[in-house]
Write a protein that binds this ligand. Structure first.
Ligand code: URA
Length: 236
């Protein structure tokens, strides 16, 4: 059910517009609903049916936002942190709205694709241990990758007494590989290589659910997912 108060709708859809700002816009007569000036901030509207415009421009309602961010090192995947900058701090004003959070965590020193959304149900599905949504990483290692690594990863590696799900390793160079995981245990890749006597020196996530990190996004930059990308995510 998407019927809601007009001031709440406006502040959820227009970046950095507070409820107070929304009430001010309505009072000034700048907001109309189905062609007629809005009567009051508490007027109920259904953004999926009603046409709402501000200053003569259609609102362009989006129920949820789905954002691809290229995370730099040194930034944490959290909505708030007392010490370090968070991925949320990197969002440009046009992509800010209340309720956004990173769907999944990368370590502070890991770079690459972080999905940020306000769609709790979708995030839950991606993060649920049962979903097995594939996540692709590029890994750089201290030592050469041993010849049996591919097999060991495909069989699962015991971490804390439990085997990981099979992971697909593809060598890119002597000390670098691509790795696809279907789960997300704490420091999983670092711990998997450590169990084989090696050490991860750099880690970058380059894909989630078949969506590739956009090579045009510099570290620290973000953009909304395209419709095609979003479909891949929904299909898992
Ligand atoms: N595995 C890790 O060890 N760290 C990450 O950030 C992601 C996967």
């Amino acid at each position: 059910m998407s019927v809601q108060r007009l001031d709440k709708l406006l502040s959820s859809q227009i970046p950095e517009l507070s409820r107070k700002d929304a009430r001010e816009l309505i009072k000034r007569g700048e907001v109309s609903v189905n062609g007629a000036p809005a009567a009051s901030p508490v007027q109920k509207v259904d953004p999926e049916r009603d046409s709402v415009s501000v200053g003569g421009r259609e609102l362009g309602y989006k129920k949820h936002l789905y954002i691809m961010l290229n995370k730099p090192a040194g930034v944490v995947c959290a909505t708030r942190d007392g010490l370090s900058p968070t991925v949320m701090n990197l969002l440009p004003p046009s992509l800010r709205r209340s309720g956004l959070f990173p769907a999944g965590r990368l370590d502070k020193d890991t770079t690459g694709f972080v999905l940020i959304t306000d769609d709790g149900a979708l995030a839950h599905r991606i993060l649920s241990p049962r979903s097995h949504v594939p996540k692709k990483y590029e890994v750089t290692l201290r030592d050469p990758i041993s010849p049996d690594s591919e097999r060991r990863f495909s069989e699962g590696i015991v971490l804390g007494g439990e085997p990981t799900l099979p992971a697909e390793l593809k060598k890119l160079g002597e000390r670098s590989c691509e790795l696809i995981l279907h789960e997300g245990k704490y420091h999983q890749i670092k711990r998997m290589f450590s169990a084989l006597g090696n050490e991860v020196t750099a880690l970058r996530r380059v894909g989630i659910a078949g969506i590739k990190l956009d090579p045009g996004l510099e570290e620290g930059q973000a953009r909304e997912l395209t419709e095609g990308e979003l479909n891949k995510l929904i299909k898992g």
